[in-house]
Design a binder for this molecule. Sequence first.
Ligand code: GTP
Ligand code: MG
Length: 190
Amino acid sequence: MDVEFLGSFTAETLPAPEYPEVAIGGRSNVGKSSFLNTLTGRRGMARVGSKPGMTRTINFFLCGERRILVDLPGYGYSRASRSEQARWAKDIEFYLTGRGNLKGIVLLGDLRHFPTASDTEALDWFLSLGIPLLVVLTKSDKLKAGEVKRRRSQVSGALKGKPIEFAVFSAKTGTGKKEVWGWIEKVMSG
Ligand code: GTP
Ligand code: MG
């Protein structure tokens, strides 16, 4: 797939809506940028960090001919200054609430720990926007098959009754890639 980096933006500089967008949100260091790289098959596309706080702006990627994936800054990056954190929160909120072409949100969580308190907070916030939501539980390569199965049913229980789909993923092995693309295609065509 052709992937083109369209740029880094803040609330003030967001580009005009052009194609359907799906945004990728989640806690800092959970693996959002890695997810994007694996999904698009372009390893170095989004910057991956060994430390949290790698992505500090809203980054747009044109994937294929007419669809855009948006890498959001991670929330809960405690080493950033308060004013920086406030700015990212403002950028994210501005983007998520005023974007007519935003067709879906992917909330990334760590399969080993989901849902943390901040995951639940993000989940409720994203749900309140009324936009289709997919929870992607990443880093599944860090668990044995039996544990993945156990976590899967726990998460399924935790999300029961909520209009949320979820997929197990690994940026390392590519697990879940097809399923995630299926969801993206579905919400973008709707
Ligand atoms: P911020 O931009 O800081 O919010 O972080 P991010 O959510 O974009 O996380 P990033 O993709 O930079 O990854 C953080 C760390 O987790 C890096 O060291 C990645 O290599 C690692 N990582 C991400 N996804 C996976 C995965 O599926 N499996 C494993 N084993 N490591 C992963
Ligand atoms: Mg990132």
